[in-house]
Write a protein that binds this ligand. Structure first.
Ligand SMILES: Nc1ncnc2c1ncn2[C@@H]1O[C@H](COP(=O)(O)OP(=O)(O)O)[C@@H](O)[C@H]1O
Ligand code: SF4
Ligand SMILES: [Mg+2]
Length: 325
């Protein structure tokens, strides 16, 4: 396998949401806690988990929108957050780009699509004048939009087209790594596959590396080479996609997979559906030990006391005391 392009080591990010009069934190959201994974050059790592489990916090920390509270994010072995603040900051900003869930909120409504796509060219001094115009037209055509779209405004487009604008803008900077934070979750089902196909074509053409965030496992099966499953701020399991779907080890992954309907009625009727009891606990006050223990059908004594480490079992990483005995 190719070397890691991105390495995330023991990343933690908490948010203080309430302080006392003296400024001491009174409520702390433990959004991401001790998360480690790597993304190989040219691969797509899917990051999946229920809403609120910390996916966007990881995504935003990877692109430098948030500074890590603890741990580090390395790009080819170089600390991203140190690099962004240093002399190579602009270069790093180009290399790592993000595509957002809500393309409408992330596109300036007062700018034409041409200027939105051209902005990274201006900011990084990549093209000016006629060359700039040509680059913008080229980018629009690459994402399936036409030259006349350049003079229109975001509100004149459908959700799928707006996401294409967001992709063109990300590409304009000439990135190596794209963090796609639920890029298709807000789109109609009929449009989702088109955007996924576009991202796959662009990946092949430019050798891009992706972190692709989604809130359910069915969505990322086709685009990911490996999948990381997140629960309440921590990683439960990371494995190659076929291995994860055929042989899930963590009880949470097993429950998530058992909830996806299978089109074959013969297979479907014999399937055991694992229903998880209760709600996801609050990240303001996560359970001690294994964070999943309050809902895990297999929890035992040790789970309530000891945090299960994410253990590498031959490229299949699992954080569970039952599996790693
Ligand atoms: N800027 C912020 N300030 C305070 N709390 C935040 C902030 N961003 C996220 N959170 C909280 O952190 C947790 C994880 O959020 P998020 O990373 O957005 O999860 P996801 O993307 O998986 O839905 C949630 O409880 C959320 O409310
Ligand atoms: S460590 Fe315990 S509670 Fe956590 S997933 Fe494994 S069996 Fe369940
Ligand atoms: Mg999110």
């Amino acid at each position: 396998m190719s070397a890691a392009l991105i390495e995330v080591r023991n990343l933690s990010k908490f948010f203080v949401t309430a302080r006392s009069l003296l400024g001491t934190p009174r409520a702390v959201v433990r959004a991401v806690e001790e998360v480690s994974f790597s993304v190989a050059a040219g691969e797509t790592l899917g990051l999946v988990g229920e809403t609120g489990c910390g996916k966007s916090t990881v995504a935003r920390t990877l692109v430098g929108l948030y500074a890590p509270m603890a741990g580090e994010v390395l790009f080819r072995g170089q600390d991203v957050h140190a690099a962004l603040a240093g002399p190579d900051g602009a270069l790093f900003r180009r290399r790592i780009q993000m595509i957002f869930q809500d393309p409408y909120a992330s596109l300036n409504p007062r700018m034409t699509v041409g200027d939105i796509v051209g902005e990274p060219l201006d900011v990084h001094g990549l093209a000016a004048g006629g060359e700039r115009r040509e680059r913008i037209m080229g980018l629009l055509s690459q994402v399936g939009l036409s030259p006349e779209h350049a003079n229109r405004f975001p509100h004149e487009f459908s959700g799928g087209q707006r996401q294409r604008v967001g992709i063109a803008r990300a590409l304009a900077a000439g990135p190596e790594f794209l963090v796609c934070d639920e890029p298709i979750s807000a789109l109609d089902v009929s449009i989702q596959a088109q955007v996924v196909n576009l991202l796959q074509e662009l990946q092949e053409e430019y050798g891009l590396t992706y972190l692709f965030v989604a809130h359910d496992l069915s969505m990322i099966k086709h685009i990911s080479r490996r999948v990381a499953v997140m629960y309440l701020g921590t990683l439960a399991e990371v494995a190659p996609v076929d291995e994860l779907y055929a042989n899930p080890q963590h009880p949470y992954t097993q429950a998530l997979l058992s909830a996806i309907p299978i089109p074959d009625p013969e297979v479907e009727k014999d399937r055991r559906r694992i229903m998880l009891g209760g709600d996801v606990p609050s990240p303001l006050n996560p359970p001690p030990g294994c964070k999943f223990h309050t809902r895990c059908p297999l929890a035992f004594d040790r789970c309530r006391r000891e945090i299960p480490p994410l253990v590498d079992r031959g490229g299949h990483f699992v954080a569970c005391h039952l599996v790693n005995k």
